[in-house]
Write a protein that binds this ligand. Structure first.
Ligand code: SF4
Length: 755
C-alpha cells in the first residue's frame, strides 16, 4: 500500500530543526500573498509555467505537490515566498525549510522531464516594495535525487507506521458495533441519516431533541462510513468547552465498545484547546530565547510525536503530560499532531475562522474530512464575529501616545483620515456603503511601518500599539473583501468633556460567502442542534449548498409530559413593561402554589428581571428566589445552579440568552417549569434596523431573519431546560400575547401542545 504525502508535510517533518520561533514574522494577508505570487508570475515570460503539479515515488511513498513556477528559458524552478519587513530577520530554519521544498520540486521536475540539471531558486517577494530577492543555485539531477531519497528515507518508516495504522483503524471501524445495547428513540434515525449523508458526500442539518444521545449518534456513523468513503479525519467542532467534553466522553465510549474483553478501538483522538489555556509560560514569548519549551522544539518533537500517536486518545491533560515529558510546548505539539490524528475535537474557529488551521491543513494535504458542528444554532453569531472587525479610536489614540517617534507621521495620518470619516456625520450612528480609500491606505501604510519597526526594534512597541496593530490588520484584511455580506458603520461617542471619538466596525451579517468554501472542501458536514429551525434561515446564513439534507428527528417526549400555556393578556413590549410586572409576578406565584418546585423565570434584560423579582419578593416573601446577576464568575454560576437540587423549591430569575438559558441540564424535579417573559427579539436599534433592511434585500425576509427567528430560537432553547428525559414532567408559561400568533406558534416544537 503506498502512502501519499504532500511535499510541504514531508519537508516539515524531516527538514525542520532547532527552535520554534514565532517571533514576529511579518506575514502578508492571504490576499496580498496571492497578489504577490501573481505579480512575480506576471513578470516572467510567456512560456513560464505556474502551479506545476508534480508527483514522485520513493519505495512505497508517493510525494506530491505543486511547484510555484518553472521557467523553461532559464531551466529554473522557483518557490515564491511573499513577506513584509526585513528578510534578514527570517529564522534560519524557515529558510532551510524553503530550500528543502524547492529542492524536492526540482527533483520531481527533473524526473518527470528527464532533465540532467536544473537551477533552483527561492524568490522572496517584498509586499511593501514589490521587489524580488532571488537566491539561486544549480543542482544536478543526481544530487537532487540523493537529497530527495534522504528526506524520504527519514519519513518512510513513519509512513509505514501510518499506513499500517490506517489499515488497522479501517478494519476495526468496518466491524464497529454501536456502543450501547440499544438505540434510544430517535437516535437510530439520526445515526442512519448522518451515515447516508456521508455515503452520498452531502451535508446535513439535523434538528434533534435533547436526550437522544446526539453526540454518539453523529460520531458513530461517521466512523462507520470512514473506511468505505476513505475519510481521513473527522473534525468535531463545538461552541463551548462543555461540548468538547461531551464529544470526548462519547468517543471514549465508542473506543471502549460494549465488549470489555475486546481491544480498544485503534483511534487517535486529539483535543485542541486555545493557546492561552494550553500555554505553560504565559509570561514568555514563543521563541527559543524566551521560552524553554520553544527552545529546540523541532529537535525534540519527533520523540514527542511518536509517544503521542501511541497514546491513542489525547485530551488536554494527556497531551500536556506527553509534551512536558519531552520538554516541548503542548500547544504547538497539538498543532503538529493534527496531521496524525483520526478525530480532532476543538472549537468552531479551527475550521471556520478567517485563517483556520484545520481548514488550511485540509486544503494543503488534500484530506477528505467529515465535519460535525455541535449546537449549530450558535454558528450564525459565532461566524459573524469571525468575519467582523472593530477599531476603537480611544484605544488608538492611547496607543499612538505610546508609539515611537518614527511612527508619528503614519499614525497622525491615520488619525486625520479617521476624523475625516465622520466629519459630516450628524447622528451618533451611521452606516456607510464603502470604506474611504484614503483611510484604508493610511491604515495599511501605518501597518507596514509598524511591521518594519517590530522586526527591527520589537521592544519599542507597547502592548497597546501591538493590539492596535493586530486590530488594524484584521480590519484591513476584511476591508479587502468588503461586500453586501457586511456593513461598515461608525458610532460616534460625544461624551461631555471628552474628545469626540468614533468606533469603526466592519460588521458581518451574512457569513455565507465566507463559509461556502469551507463546506465545499469537506466531504460531508453535519450541523446539529435541538433548535435549528427554520432550517432555510441557517442554510442561507451559513451558505450551505442547495442539496443539503434536512432532518427533524421526532422527539421522544410526548405532549402529556409538558403543559405549555400562553399568557395572552400580558404584553412584554417595552412600552407595556410597567403594566406587565404585577400580572407576571402573580402568574409565577399561582403556578408555584399549584405545583411547588424549582422554576426558572426568563426575562429580556437584567432590568426587567430585577423589576419583576423585586415585586415578587415584596408580594410573596415566603417563596425562595435567587437571581442571575451581570458578569457572574464560575463559582457564582455554580451557586446559582446548586439551588436547583432534587426536591427543592423556589424561583431562579435569569435572562434569556444568558448562561442559564442553554447548555444546562437539570433533569427530574431539579427543574419542573419555566416562565419566558419575552419573545427574545433583538432590540430595535439602528444596527438591527439596518440589518433588517439588508436581510430584506438579500432574502426578502428582513423582520424574520433579524428579529423573529433569532428571538424564538432563544425562547425554545430556554424552555428546553424543563424536559430532559422521558420521565420528566413540567410546565412552561410563555408570557406575551404575541406567542399566540400563527407565525410564532409555527416556530415552537411540534410535540408541544400549546394552550
Ligand atoms: S509554552 Fe507558551 S510561551 Fe512557550 S511556546 Fe508554548 S505557547 Fe509559547
Amino acid at each position: 500500500m503506498s502512502y501519499v504525502v504532500a511535499v510541504r508535510t514531508l519537508c516539515e517533518f524531516t527538514a525542520k530543526t532547532g527552535d520554534l520561533d514565532l517571533r514576529f514574522t511579518p506575514a502578508p494577508t492571504a490576499q496580498q500573498g496571492i497578489a504577490g505570487h501573481g505579480t512575480v508570475v506576471s513578470r516572467r515570460g510567456k512560456h513560464y509555467e505556474s502551479e506545476v503539479a508534480l508527483s514522485g515515488l520513493y519505495k512505497q511513498l508517493r510525494v506530491r505537490g505543486r511547484a510555484d513556477g518553472y521557467d523553461p528559458g532559464f531551466n529554473r524552478v522557483e518557490e515564491i515566498k511573499t513577506y513584509r519587513g526585513d528578510l534578514h530577520a527570517m529564522p534560519d530554519n524557515h529558510r532551510q525549510l524553503h530550500w528543502a521544498q524547492v529542492k524536492v520540486y526540482a527533483w520531481l521536475l527533473c524526473q518527470s522531464r528527464g532533465l540532467k540539471e536544473i537551477n533552483v531558486a527561492l524568490v522572496y517577494f517584498d509586499i511593501g516594495t514589490q521587489k524580488e530577492t532571488m537566491l539561486a543555485e544549480k543542482y544536478s539531477a543526481e544530487a537532487l535525487e540523493l537529497y530527495f531519497d534522504q528526506l524520504c528515507e527519514r519519513f518512510v518508516a513513519w509512513a509505514g507506521q501510518e499506513a499500517a495504522h490506517r489499515l488497522t483503524r479501517d478494519s476495526a471501524l468496518t466491524g464497529l458495533a454501536f456502543p450501547h445495547a440499544e438505540f434510544r428513540p430517535g437516535q437510530r434515525h439520526l445515526a442512519e441519516t448522518v451515515y447516508k449523508a456521508a455515503l452520498s458526500a452531502r451535508h446535513l442539518m439535523a434538528q434533534a431533541p435533547t436526550g437522544i444521545g446526539k453526540t454518539v449518534a453523529t460520531i458513530f456513523p461517521l466512523l462507520k462510513a470512514s473506511p468505505g468513503q476513505k475519510i481521513d479525519k473527522i473534525f468535531f467542532l463545538a461552541a463551548k468547552t462543555s461540548g468538547r467534553s461531551l464529544a470526548l466522553d462519547a468517543i471514549d465510549l465508542i473506543r471502549a465498545g460494549r465488549d470489555q474483553q475486546a481491544p480498544v478501538l485503534p483511534l487517535r483522538v486529539l483535543e485542541l484547546v486555545a493557546r492561552d489555556k494550553a500555554c505553560e509560560h504565559p509570561d514568555k514569548a514563543c521563541h527559543g530565547e524566551s521560552c524553554p519549551l520553544a527552545r529546540g522544539f523541532y529537535d525534540r518533537v519527533a520523540a514527542a510525536r511518536q509517544a503521542a500517536v501511541h497514546a491513542g486518545a489525547l485530551d488536554q491533560q494527556a497531551l500536556r503530560a506527553i509534551a512536558l515529558a519531552h520538554q516541548v510546548c503542548p500547544y504547538y505539539l497539538s498543532q503538529e499532531l493534527v496531521r496524525w490524528s483520526d478525530i480532532v475535537v476543538g472549537d468552531y474557529n479551527y475550521y471556520f475562522d478567517v485563517s483556520a488551521m484545520l481548514y488550511g491543513l485540509t486544503v494543503e494535504n488534500d484530506w477528505r474530512v467529515a465535519v460535525l458542528v455541535d449546537e449549530a444554532h450558535n454558528m450564525v453569531e459565532r461566524a459573524r464575529k469571525m468575519y467582523s472587525a472593530e477599531l476603537d479610536q480611544r484605544s488608538f489614540r492611547f496607543a499612538r501616545k505610546s508609539a515611537p517617534k518614527s511612527l508619528k507621521t503614519a499614525l497622525d495620518r491615520v488619525n486625520r483620515q479617521w476624523n475625516e470619516l465622520y466629519r459630516n456625520q450628524d447622528g451618533a450612528y451611521q452606516v456607510y456603503h464603502a470604506i474611504a480609500e484614503k483611510f484604508l491606505f493610511a491604515l495599511q501604510q501605518a501597518g507596514t511601518d509598524i511591521t518594519d519597526l517590530m522586526t527591527e526594534e520589537p521592544e519599542s512597541i507597547s502592548p497597546e500599539l501591538q493590539r492596535f496593530y493586530f486590530d488594524a490588520m484584521q480590519f484591513s484584511k476584511l476591508a479587502e473583501v468588503f461586500g453586501e455580506h457586511s456593513m461598515f458603520d461608525i458610532t460616534r461617542d460625544t461624551q461631555p468633556g471628552s474628545k469626540v471619538q468614533a468606533t469603526l466596525c466592519i460588521r458581518n451579517i451574512v457569513p455565507a460567502p465566507f463559509l461556502k468554501q469551507r463546506f465545499a472542501t469537506a466531504h460531508s458536514t453535519t450541523l446539529f442542534s435541538a433548535t435549528l429551525g427554520p432550517h432555510h434561515f441557517y442554510a442561507d446564513m451559513l451558505g450551505l449548498p442547495d442539496d443539503t439534507a434536512w432532518i427533524d428527528v421526532e422527539s421522544p417526549f410526548i405532549a402529556q409530559q409538558l403543559s405549555v400555556r400562553i399568557a395572552r393578556t400580558i404584553s412584554t413590549r417595552y412600552q407595556h413593561r410597567t403594566h406587565s410586572l404585577s400580572p407576571i409576578a402573580n402568574l409565577i406565584a399561582a403556578q408555584y402554589a399549584s405545583a411547588p418546585g424549582n422554576y426558572l423565570a426568563f426575562f429580556s434584560s437584567f432590568d426587567y428581571l430585577k423589576q419583576v423579582s423585586d415585586l415578587f419578593t415584596e408580594r410573596y416573601p415566603e417563596i425562595p428566589v435567587w437571581q442571575q446577576s451581570r458578569g457572574m464568575d464560575e463559582s457564582a454560576k455554580n451557586n446559582f445552579l446548586a439551588r436547583f437540587n432534587a426536591g427543592g423549591q423556589g424561583i431562579g430569575f435569569a435572562v434569556l440568552g444568558g448562561a442559564f438559558a442553554e447548555g444546562i441540564d437539570l433533569p427530574g424535579d431539579r427543574l419542573i417549569g419555566a416562565f419566558v417573559a419575552t419573545l427574545g427579539l433583538p432590540q430595535v436599534n439602528p444596527i438591527n434596523e439596518e440589518m433588517r433592511q439588508r436581510m430584506d434585500v438579500i432574502f426578502g425576509k428582513g423582520y424574520d431573519y433579524t428579529y423573529l427567528y433569532p428571538g424564538l430560537q432563544k425562547v425554545v432553547q430556554a424552555a428546553g431546560r424543563v424536559i430532559r428525559t422521558q420521565e420528566d414532567k413540567g410546565f412552561i408559561h410563555l408570557i406575551d400575547d404575541r406567542f399566540g400568533r400563527t407565525d410564532v406558534l409555527e416556530l415552537l416544537p411540534a410535540w408541544w401542545q400549546v394552550q
